[in-house]
Design a protein around this ligand. Structure first.
Ligand code: 3EB
Length: 340
């Protein structure tokens, strides 16, 4: 089975130019494979590779794999239901929460297992989290929106680990087509991290009560300076970004305006003007963003969204378009990427 593939190289890695998942094992140093495919399964170690299948595609023609490569020798394991792989500098952790009527407790427990693992193995600098929620805008058994239910458990876990708001990493919280909640996190042993906010958006962790009992806890981007093994600096992991200014959704029902504002938000976030607050100067524009994912609520909007993204991103950027729900019922699109 040949699948489109998005190979993301951690800063310590060398580009491998993989084209088939079956080639992945042969290249050696792979931290893990995230399959954006037609069903969700529990994360596992398969042929020595951490593997997580997400239900993010409607058929196999849409499926792709995200491969995290490294230069070090990789060890894998399992800890209280979460699966992990690490190479001495980077840790990848993956977990899944089966569908239930109430996610707060299970989310808290799964996050606690993952955060405990980071502490125990000494990968204390978590720089990116992805969360995939089936029926994200549906209600749980108590009438609380599933996304808000999840946000509650996540906030409680961060609290237990004394994560200050400025220490939370960039994240994605997005819909999926099945499988409860699945997640994966990346952490580093020695990379210095800076949580970056967007001066035109309210920090998500300050969103008012109208969006749920506990705010979403994530940074707009995480800036990753060099590590012991790689002194190149300046990776930026851009969180899922939507049509929000301040804390409000703008352009309800207008896909073109929502895409434009999402792109404008990323453009401003990574600009030297915004990064000056953090003493970071890189001269970034949207042309520097790669490994992009564009989540689109309505399949029929994808052609228009694609045209707009292709106008502003580099022709060489790897971009995947996914048809899933977005965390606020009035959001039609969300966009993320990496500057490496
Ligand atoms: C927003 O800006 C849009 O809950 O982890 C974007 C990225 C969003 C991450 C999350 C939510 C999350 O609030 C939604």
């Amino acid at each position: 089975m040949t699948q489109a593939q998005q190979t993301v190289n951690l800063p310590s890695s060398v580009f491998t130019g993989l084209t088939e998942v079956s080639d992945v094992a042969a290249t050696g140093n792979v931290l893990g494979v995230i399959n954006y495919t037609t069903e969700c399964t529990d994360p596992r170690v398969e042929n020595g590779l951490l593997t997580l299948d997400l239900h993010m595609a409607s058929d196999l023609g849409e499926a792709f794999a995200e491969v995290w490569t490294t230069t070090g020798a990789v060890e894998t394991g399992e800890h209280h239901g979460v699966v992990y792989a690490h190479d001495g500098e980077y840790l990848l952790v993956a977990g899944r929460i089966a569908p239930t009527g109430r996610y707060t407790e299970d989310t808290r427990a799964a996050y606690v297992a993952a955060l405990d693992l980071m502490d125990g193995l000494g990968y204390k600098n978590c720089f990116r989290m992805w969360n995939f929620l089936n029926d994200i805008n549906g209600d749980n058994a108590e009438g609380l929106e599933i996304y808000r239910d999840f946000c509650k458990g996540r906030a409680e876990a961060f609290e237990l680990f004394h994560f200050g708001d400025k220490e939370v990493p960039s994240a994605t919280g997005i819909g999926s087509q099945g499988g409860g909640i699945a997640f994966y996190f990346l952490a580093s042993r020695s990379a210095a991290l800076t949580s970056v906010e967007n001066s035109k958006q309210m920090a998500a962790y300050h969103y008012p009560r109208q969006y749920g009992p506990r705010p979403p806890k994530f940074a707009r981007a995480t800036y990753l300076a060099g590590t012991h093994t790689d002194r190149r600096s300046g990776q930026i992991y851009v969180a899922g970004t939507a049509s929000i200014r301040g804390h409000e959704t703008l352009h309800d029902g207008d896909i073109v305006a929502q895409v434009k504002l999402s792109l404008d938000n990323i453009e401003h976030l990574i600009s030297d003007e915004n990064l000056a607050d953090y003493e970071i100067t890189q001269g970034n524009s949207l042309l520097n963003l790669d490994n992009i994912k564009v989540y689109v609520r309505h399949r029929s909007d994808i052609p228009a969204v694609r045209r707009m993204c292709e106008e502003r991103f580099s022709p060489n950027a790897r971009i995947q378009y996914l048809n899933v729900d977005v965390c606020r019922a009035d959001l039609l699109v969300e966009i993320e990427g990496v500057i490496a």
